[in-house]
Design a protein around this ligand. Structure first.
Ligand SMILES: C[S@@+](CC[C@H](N)C(=O)[O-])C[C@H]1O[C@@H](n2cnc3c(N)ncnc32)[C@H](O)[C@@H]1O
Length: 315
């Protein structure tokens, strides 16, 4: 990893193999991040290839863009926005994608920056927005949500068995003073855990922070939007009006069981409907060596779908 990138791209070799970027092809990296995957795909595509970069985080997008622009002979476009509307952004560029990649969630640089508010490890404003130019912060969400909704979110998105108690303590504390910082929130969760905090393998606030991050950024809603855009793109291939090229491959790396379930069910359904073929029946996962070098890779699950293949058309 270059020190400046600050993020190791997960499952890089597997992605390069399964996406099999064609020479001179067009790839849409919908979570450009620090550009690790995008640069490698651009090098595979070589001169004459095109790379469409998209990210909610303007600083990451600019970093990835400059990294891919350094690859000789590759045309680059960058778009600041959500991948839920990737189809519109690519159409607006007048391009069609041969390959689509989405590496969900956050980059290490975002987690490591206390000012972004993603981590309970360091004090910072309770922000958690991937796009800092708009939307409600985690502090605003924690102030606004009724206790029961907070509890449901921490239970469903964070899968924390103490969700009700955590929500109760948050509600009590915010009644006395606003919860403004990562430390304010983390200490409320630790108080809710009480003596159980010592028995917990992970920091008690891990699941609550994850739940809030998913909510602040509507991560499941965005993924549903992307899956709809891909499905519509697959259906439009027959009429030639798609944002995808025939034979396009879409790869999605997820880090949360709810995300992986959405991807898995969509890909299976599309295959049943004859839109194409799953190239991964089971998700590709990181080997031990990668997990040792990059613990974040532990929960990565990569699934790939190929649209408009002969086998699908024959069915
Ligand atoms: C795991 S990182 C991607 C890292 C990248 N593959 C690399 O090699 O550096 C995820 C990136 O996706 C972005 N992101 C998350 N949700 C998004 C969304 N709905 N639309 C666009 N970008 C999103 C984040 O801002 C972050 O930069």
């Amino acid at each position: 990893m270059s020190a400046r990138a600050g993020h190791l791209p997960v499952l890089l070799d597997t992605i390069l193999e399964l996406l099999a970027m064609p020479a001179g092809g067009t790839v849409a990296d919908l979570t450009a991040g620090r550009g690790g995957h995008a640069e490698a795909l651009a090098r595979r595509g070589g001169a004459g290839s095109r790379v469409f970069l998209l990210d909610l985080d303007a600083a990451n997008l600019a970093f990835a863009e400059s990294r891919v622009r350094a690859v000789d002979g590759v045309e680059v476009r960058a778009h600041h926005g959500t991948f839920a509307h990737a189809d519109q952004a690519i159409r607006a560029a007048g391009w069609r994608a041969d390959r689509v990649l989405a590496d969900l969630g956050f980059a290490s640089t975002q987690m490591d920056d206390p000012l972004r508010g993603f981590s309970f490890q360091a004090e910072g404003p309770l922000d958690m927005r991937l796009d800092t130019s708009r939307g409600e912060t985690a502090a605003e969400l924690v102030a606004r949500l009724p206790e029961a909704e907070l509890a449901d979110a921490i239970f469903q998105l964070g899968e924390d068995p103490f969700a009700r108690r955590i929500a109760r303590i948050i509600a009590e504390r915010r009644g006395r003073a606003p919860i403004r910082t990562t430390t304010d929130l983390a200490s409320a969760v630790v108080a809710a855990y009480g003596a159980r905090a010592r028995e917990s393998r992970m920091h008690p606030a891990t699941r609550t922070f994850m739940a809030l991050r998913i909510m602040v950024n509507d991560e499941l809603g965005a993924l549903r939007g992307l899956l709809t855009a891909l499905e519509q793109g697959g259906r439009a291939l027959a009429s030639g009006s798609s944002w995808l090229q025939p034979g396009a491959r879409a790869g999605i790396i997820s880090f949360h069981s709810l995300e992986d379930r959405l991807v898995k069910h969509s890909f299976a359904e599309w295959e049943r409907e004859g839109l194409g073929t799953r190239l991964t029946r089971k998700p590709a996962e990181a080997a031990d060596a990668e997990i040792r070098a990059n613990p974040r890779a532990r929960s990565a699950k990569f699934r790939v779908f190929e649209f408009g293949t002969e086998s699908a058309a024959d069915r």
